[in-house]
Design a protein around this ligand. Structure first.
Ligand code: NI
Length: 263
């Protein structure tokens, strides 16, 4: 069995202070690959240090929509993203997207920053990690117009509608499932996820957030992605080991720059 946590924030506490322990607990459970996701440019040195000092950890570079207001201009951001992408451990861009639920940054700023990520993804042929909340239509519109339908990537922590699922799949995007799927009240989400083809599914923790049951309320960590994978295997009515293998294959297909030490 081999599982990959396709989205975690290893630079966030309490994981950052105990990377060794975090990795050991994950590997004890069969979680052997990690994608640590950058959320803002000042975090790049820390995120890259974590990735570059561990063979099993890969990184993305990006500016979260919450941080869009205070980042670089579109042009400067494109430059930083495409430059950072030349590093071996940078395997994607994000997390990026649109969040009209919190709107911590004005929509206009979010759109500019999202556009820069999509253009960088096309330029470097790297996948996008998409965060979308209460902004499904604009997100798809951007992927179709700016991304010209050619940008590839994943809808991370999927919690959207069947419409978003179908649109994303049509664009060739993957759907990443978080611990939310284990929550008792997430029946509607489980119905939407059930119809995602097996070869389009990824699993993630979004650690330190969103710990799955039975750890809900605790700080999340990559070891717990096992609970999400178990729930997903049940939902898709497939063997747990097969689900692990399939999501690993999917991850490696999407993040084609990743070379795992023992896969
Ligand atoms: Ni995240």
């Amino acid at each position: 069995m081999f599982l990959i946590d396709s989205h975690c924030h290893l630079d966030y506490e309490p994981m950052a202070s105990d990377i060794k322990g975090t990795l050991r607990r994950a590997m004890d459970k069969g979680v052997n690959g990690f994608l640590t996701i950058c959320t803002d440019l000042p975090k790049i040195p820390v995120v890259m240090d974590i990735a570059e000092s561990h063979d099993e950890i890969f990184a993305t570079i990006g500016v979260h929509p919450h941080e869009a207001q205070k980042t670089l201009s579109e042009k400067e951001l494109f430059k930083v993203l495409t430059t950072e992408a030349t590093r071996a451990k940078v395997v994607g861009f994000g997390e990026t997207g649109l969040d009209y639920y919190y709107t911590h940054s004005p929509q206009q700023d979010q759109k500019k920053v999202f556009k820069a990520h999509i253009e960088a993804a096309l330029e470097c042929d790297l996948p996008l990690i998409i965060h979308t909340r209460d902004a499904e239509e604009d997100t798809i519109e951007f992927l179709k117009t700016i991304g010209k339908g050619k940008a590839r990537g994943v809808i991370h922590c999927f919690s959207g509608s069947s419409w978003l699922r179908d649109q994303a799949l049509e664009l060739g995007f993957y759907i990443s499932i978080s611990g939310i799927i284990t929550f008792r009240k997430a029946e509607a989400l489980r119905e939407v996820v059930k119809e995602v083809p097996l070869d389009k599914l990824l699993v993630e923790t979004d650690a330190p957030y969103l710990a799955p049951e039975p750890y809900r309320g605790k700080s999340n960590e990559p070891a717990y992605v096992v609970e999400t994978a178990k729930k997903l295997a049940d939902l898709k009515a497939v063997n747990f080991n097969d689900l692990c293998d399939q999501t690993t294959q999917n991850f490696l297909k999407l993040f084609s720059k990743v070379i795992l030490p023992c896969a």
